[in-house]
Design a binder for this molecule. Structure first.
Ligand code: B12
Ligand code: SF4
Ligand code: SF4
Length: 280
């Protein structure tokens, strides 16, 4: 089958699975990290984390992304975002598994990757790495650019999107790497991080204090209201803000009386189904 026909079939399959974001990256892109953006992606990801090291036959990485709806994320930390997180995660895993099976049915070896791949958040406190990084894969597959918050921003959903990947032996026409820098450097992510984990200056994207962030996530997990997600909630980038009527970022400031009805709704959701550890 011609590479163009396979790409068309895959895009059709993703459409039928209601996957809004799909990108294709040849494995060679891991060998020569691109210089298109003002990124300091240096040192680059060690070779043992590259797709061709994990699955030596891999020729193309397919990255899929599912959105995190803003009105749910806005209640975070809450049981509502906690449940959404679990749902999106299992949907990503099963859709990626189905795409790999679809390729296999067509005669192309393919394997899916789990969207996270760690047993418990406590493992990440001391070793905050997975064996494969999906945000870098999404970047190399042309889905977005890095933000000050060190996650990938997309034009469609800003950072409010979760990714996973599929490795295949099929050669598929790649998508161009995004050259537009989507981050506005508004620093809202920096100012709103409750544990000060995101540096405001230095390299871009900056090295987030992973330990601090992971410890906060572990605490919230024990309270049934993880993950934190504030740095993706406040980011102004993404067309989803328009769709959900959330262009005005001052909605997140407690002092803004105009948005009291939203603040009341979030407080209501936060009161049920989870508790701060001190109150458990
Ligand atoms: C570990 C992890 C965490 C840790 C560490 C975060 C971090 N910044 O790396 C903690 C628990 C803190 C965390 C928090 C969050 N996470 Co998280 N996390 C992961 C996970 C499981 C692995 C990431 C990884 O291994 N990165 C490793 C390397 C490659 O990235 P890096 O450290 O930036 O590496 C660079 C340099 O450090 C250098 N380097 C230098 N020396 C070394 C040494 C080694 C060994 C390596 C590997 C690299 C390296 O190489 C890289 C390029 O320069 C991924 C899922 C996955 N499997 O990809 C999700 C993931 C990155 N998380 C995600 C999200 C959304 C979050 C949160 C917002 C929580 C939430 N869900 O609400 C916060 C955001 C924190 C933040 N601002 O960064 C999403 C991001 C989606 C996006 N839009 O980009 C991902 C991709 C999950 C998913 N499947 O979608 N996360
Ligand atoms: S997830 Fe929360 S604690 Fe972690 S960097 Fe973002 S705002 Fe800070
Ligand atoms: S909140 Fe502002 S500084 Fe942070 S990633 Fe988004 S656009 Fe960039």
């Amino acid at each position: 089958m011609k590479p163009e026909t396979l790409k068309k079939d895959l895009l059709k399959k993703c459409k039928s699975l209601v996957i809004p974001l799909v990108g294709f990256a040849p494995v060679e892109r891991w060998e020569k990290p691109p210089r298109e953006l003002p990124n300091v992606l240096s040192p680059w990801i060690p070779e043992e984390f590259w797709p061709q090291s994990i699955y030596p036959e891999a020729r193309t990485v397919i990255v899929i992304g599912l959105p995190v709806p803003l009105p749910i994320l806005e209640t975070a930390p809450s049981i509502y975002y906690h449940e959404l997180y679990k749902t999106v995660n299992s949907m990503l895993d099963s859709k990626a598994c189905e795409i790999a099976n679809f390729l296999v049915e067509k005669g192309h070896a393919a394997v899916y990757l789990p969207r996270d791949a760690y047993g418990d958040i406590k493992i990440l406190i001391d070793n905050p790495f997975a064996f494969f990084s999906h945000k870098h894969a999404a970047y190399l597959a042309g889905l977005g650019s890095f933000g000050q918050n060190n996650v990938l921003l997309t034009p469609e959903y800003g950072p409010r999107v979760r990714f996973t990947s599929i490795f295949t032996t099929a050669v598929i026409k790649p998508d161009p790497i995004m050259t537009k820098d989507l981050c506005t450097r508004c620093l809202l992510c920096v100012k709103n991080c409750p544990v000060g984990a995101i540096p405001k200056a230095g390299d871009f994207p900056p090295a987030v204090d992973k330990k601090r962030c992971a410890i906060r996530s572990a605490e919230l997990r024990d309270e049934y209201r993880s993950p934190c997600g504030i740095c993706i909630k406040v980011c102004p980038v993404g067309k989803d803000r328009e769709l959900f009527g959330r262009k005005n970022i001052s909605i997140y400031s407690d002092k803004n009386k105009k948005f009291e009805k939203y603040h009341r709704a979030w407080e209501h959701v936060r009161k049920y189904g989870s508790k701060e550890r001190a109150k458990i």
